[in-house]
Structures are given as structure tokens and as C-alpha cells.
Ligand binder design. Sequence first.
Ligand code: PLP
Length: 364
Amino acid sequence: MDSRLEQGRWLRIPGPTPLHPDVVAVLPHEMVPHRGPEVQETMARIQPIARKVHGTEKGRVLLWAGTGTSGFEASIVNLLAPGDHVVVTVPGDFGSRFASTAEQLGLNVKRVDVEWGDAVTPDQLKAAIADHGDVKAVMITHNETSTGVTQPLAELAAVARDAGALVIVDAVSSAGALPINMDANGIDWVLSGAQKAWMCPPGLMISALSERALEVAKTQKGYPRVIWDAVAMAEASEQNFHPNTGPLTALFALDAALQALDAEGIDAVFERHRTLAAHFRDGLNKIGVKILAKPEYFSDSVTALLPPEGVGAAAFRDKVRANSGVEIAVGQGKLADTVNRIGHMGWVQQPELDATLEALAGAL
Ligand code: PLP
């Protein structure tokens, strides 16, 4: 195996994740005219597979140079106006960041906080919406990367829809790993970043918009917007162009990754994540390592685990790295030194998870 790929197998942080070998192969691609046929063909190939990954037939997938966080801003400036009431689920650090972004952009935000390791329940969301009044949008972190929790997306989205709110989903650590079922769940905007289960380098923000979201964006003038204008991006995307000079290398990479996902089969990809996550948790259980998340919310893309009693997360990470070369992550926010996090999304198979379990057992 190529030594770079071999090295990627030891990268078990929850993103950036190892690149798919087909992605590595296209990275040295020479530049071509950004409005030429090769780029058009690439974008045309991306659209249907990216829709399948999001579970949408009529939604439009828009691609911006940016990171996951820019999806927070893009969704807000296209769908909302300053002062609008929104409810944000906060199961951990990323939910909190979405809420802070909304506050910084002048929205009237109600946070639904829960214990880290837990998820927001539909009843909690319903109560928060009723309490806040005239809620225009609900922001849901599908998979909370800081705690390894997958929230009950279908149920939360249903509550938001019933209240007439737009549904905005942070799927940064779920898109490409866990089913989102955008159409069936009535979701309006799904945002993610290429560096997670998409198996690509960082730098591309991927957003899937419902038809309703695009209609709202056409008339919503609440914020000035230039780069993040979804209407301009959608119009260019219909022609398989980008309104500016598109991030060509990132697009070639995503195209290669999507071909690989499609060849495996999108449902098979989701199934692989489910099976590998269960195998990994089983292995943790066998070596006596505790998981932070409540079992009903275990994430199939990220696991947050507790380091040995009396040992900080950074010290444990360093020990694992020194012993084995396996790179795991520490926690975030208030759990920075309390939990370690392991990514099992994207380009991952059982051997590297077995090697990770062995590395953890050796360091215990
Ligand atoms: N949301 C979640 C759930 C994430 O895991 C991350 C990054 O890890 C982000 C948002 C922010 O994404 P980015 O670092 O690409 O801006």
C-alpha cells in the first residue's frame, strides 16, 4: 500500500479523516478552464450521487469553498432575517457553536441544552418552540461530534415541521455516514464539510437545499449576501457551473469520492458504518472502556470514550500515539480533557478499528 495511505489508516480523529485512495489519485489534477466542459461534467456527475447521499430527489446540492461552519452562516443569511426567533438544539460543543453563530448574526435564539452525552428529546424541542413563540427555524445538530451522540433526527425534524418552522441540520459528521433522509424528514437545509465522511480534504462546504428553502431564499432579504447567496449558487449549479472561480481541486476530489460511494452502494455505506461502529463499541466494552453517550444515542461515526480514571484525555492521547502511532482526539469545550474521541467514518474498514482497539488496550 502507498505509504501515505498506510499513514492515513492511523488517523482516527473525527476529522479530517483519511482520504479515499481514489481521492488521493485525483489531487494532482492540473488546472483546466473553470467554465469548461470538464468542470461541467464533473459537477453534473456530483449532483445525482450527492442527492442520493442526502436522501433527496428534488433538493439541490450546492458546493461552496468553505468549511462546515460557513454552512451555519450560509443557511442563516439565506433563510432568515435579524430578530427572527429560532430554536437551536445544544447537545454539545457544535450545537453551542451553531447557537452562538445565530446570536452573532442577530437572531433571537432559544437554546435547548442537555447534559453532554445526551440528546434533545422531541418533547423538549416542542416545549422550547411553544415557549419561544413564532419560531421561524429550528437548528438541529444531527451528529454531535464533541460527544459522539446522534440525535433523533426524524422525530426532531417532525416537531419543527409541525410548528411551521424551517429545519436546518448540521450534518458535518453524519453526511455520507448516516442516513439523513432529507425528503422523508422534511428537512430544508443540510450542511456539511468535505473532510469527514466524504473522505476528501477540508475546504469544501456541502449544502443540500429543499425546494422550499430555495423559494424562501428568493424572497428573503433579511441579510445582505454575496458569497453565500444560495439563489445565485443554485442558478449557476443548474448549468453545472460555479458563480465564481470554483474550488476545482475540491470538486475533482468530491467527484472521485462520490463515485466510490456509489460503487459501494449508499445503503451499503451506511450499513458499513453501523456494523463497524457496533464492532468498535463491542471491542471497547471488552477492554473495559466506557463510552460517554447514552446507549440509545450512540453515534455510528464518532465515539467519545472516557480515559482511565485519574488520567487526562491529552495524556492518554499522547500515550496511545507514543505506543502505537494511532492518532486519537481529545474532547472539546468543557470536556476537553475529560473524553477522548475516535472517528470511524468515511474511508474506514475493520482492520484499522481493530488496530485502534489494540492501541487503546496497550495504553490502558
Ligand atoms: N459541526 C460539527 C458537528 C462538526 O463536527 C464540525 C467540525 O468538526 C463543525 C460543525 C465545524 O466544521 P468546520 O471545522 O469544517 O468548520
